[in-house]
Design a protein around this ligand. Sequence first.
Ligand code: SF4
Ligand code: SF4
Length: 142
Amino acid sequence: MNKKSNGYSKRIVLHFTKEIWDKPIVYRLVKDYDLIFNILKASILPRQESYLVMELIGDTKETFDRGIEYLRRSGVSIQPVEKDIHWLDNKCVHCGACVSICPSGAFTIDRSTMMIQFDPNLCSACSLCVRGCPVRAVEAEL
Ligand code: SF4
Ligand code: SF4
């Protein structure tokens, strides 16, 4: 969370179900709720679950909270973006799930050894891999 001189902002992840992926929900944040957003990452797939990672900015926290409440009413689930993602290589079973989940290429697989590698410099802290890892080998630290 940031309190900026030009308003209140926070980086969040918006998850859209396949029922609402094509609704003009985000557009109304600007038009009806006086908010500004910067999209940091996006995966919009027709008729599938989609997500946006964005910085959402309002004049005040109250303006910001009204926009968040509107998103929730519209069926969007929201998570804050965590600061640090830790890969616990001693727990990792190298199943590769995180490689297909990660939108920024921070998780890769070495084809010669079939072992997973993690580059924290590429990570945007969207937390998708935290939810997607079957053995909880990725943790987010606030
Ligand atoms: S999803 Fe989890 S267990 Fe599978 S490769 Fe990634 S970090 Fe390892
Ligand atoms: S949090 Fe996980 S899925 Fe998201 S960018 Fe970082 S490594 Fe990739």
